[in-house]
Design a protein around this ligand. Sequence first.
Ligand code: COD
Ligand code: ZN
Length: 368
Amino acid sequence: MRARAAMLMEPGKPLEVDEIEIDPPQHGEVLVRVAAAGVCHSDLHYILGELPLVTPAVLGHEGAGRVEAVGPGVSDLQPGDPVLFIFRAFCGQCYYCRIGRPALCDYGTPIRTSGRMFDGKTRFHLNGRDIHHFLNVSCFAEYTVVPRQALLKLPADIPLDRAALVGCAVTTGVGAVLRATRVQPGESVLVLGCGGVGLNVVQGAALVGAWPIIAADINPQKLAWAQELGATHLVNTRERSLLEAVGELTDGRGVDYAFEVIGHPETIQQAYAATRKGGTTVIVGLAPAGSQLSLDLLPFFREERTLKATLYGSVDLPRDIPLFLELYRAGRLKLDELISQRFSLDEINLAFQALREGAVKRGVIAFS
Ligand code: COD
Ligand code: ZN
C-alpha cells in the first residue's frame, strides 16, 4: 500500500514528508493506521544528530492508532482494535519481563539498532530505496508496520490522541516518580526541565503527595504549565541560582529527589548538586552520545548518594499503562491538559520548530 510518512533522510536536515510504499505485515507483525503521534524531544535529538540512528528512517515513537491488518501468527489483535505503540518492544517471557522491567528486554533491540525487521528487510520504501524503522514504532506516518510486541491493546473509551502521550511522555515522567523511585508523601522533589516529559514528572510528584515540588526551567511559560500540573514552587534558572532557591526551600539540605529531564551533562550536575545527602538524583534525559559525567567519588560515598537513570519510567508496561489510563478516567492523571497544539503531518517541521522554541507543552500530529 502507499501512505504518507515523515522521514529523516540524514541527520541535521528537516524531515521530508512523502508518499512511501509499505509492505504487508509479515509473521508476527501488525499494520497500524496511526491516529495521533506526539512530538517528543527524543526525536529531535535524532534529527539533530545527537543520538545515532540508521537513515533514512520514518521517525516517531509516541503514538496510538488502530490495527489495520495482522500478519501470520498474530492471533490476539483484530483489525479495528485501538493500540498504543511501545518504543521498547518486549517479549513478555525473558528475565527482565518476568521481573516487571520490560523496557530492559532485548527483544526489540536488533530492530532498533539495524532499523530493519527480523528478516533483515524494511517494510518502508521510497522509489525503490529502503526506508528504515525507528525505535520499533515509526509513527510519523499514516500507516506503520511494527512487531506485535511493540503494541499494547487500548481500552475503547480513551481518545487516541490522549492515549498517544502515554506511549512516552506520561509513562516516562509519571513512572520516574512512581516506579523508578518510591517518592513518599511530604518528600521534596526537584524537576529540572519542565517540557512534555518533565511536566509528567511534576504530575507524578503531585499524585504521590510530594512537597515541595520545585519546578525549574529557563522558560517562564513552562513554569506556569508546571504550576497547573502541581508544582508548588517555581525557579527560573535564567534568573536565579537553582542551588540557592532549593536551599531556601529545604533548610539548606537539598531535595530528597531531583529529576533531570533535559539531557545535558551540565544540568545532570546541577540536579545532583541540588540533591541532599542520602538523596537520589534521577536521570530521565539522555545526554548526546559520547557525553561524560564526572563524579567526585569521596563525597558520593560519604554522603551516601544515589544517582540513577530511568528508561520508560522503569514501569512494568502491561501492568502500569492500564493503571495510568484508569487514573486518567478517575481524573487523577491529566492527559487532556498536556496537549497544547495539534499539527498535520505536513506541518511536522513546524511542530519540531515549536518544540525547539519552547512554545508547546506537547504537540501532537493528528491524522485524519
Ligand atoms: N535549564 C533548565 N531547563 C532547560 C535547560 C536548562 N539548561 N535547557 C532546556 N530546558 C528545558 C526547556 O525549556 C524545556 O522546557 C525542557 O527543558 C525540555 O523539554 P522538551 O519538551 O523540549 O523535551 P521533552 O520533555 O519532550 O523530552 C525531554 C527528554 C529529557 C525526555 C529528552 O530530551 C531526552 O533526553 N530523551 C532521551 C531519553 C529517551 O530516549 N527517553 C525515552 C524516549 S523519550
Ligand atoms: Zn519520547
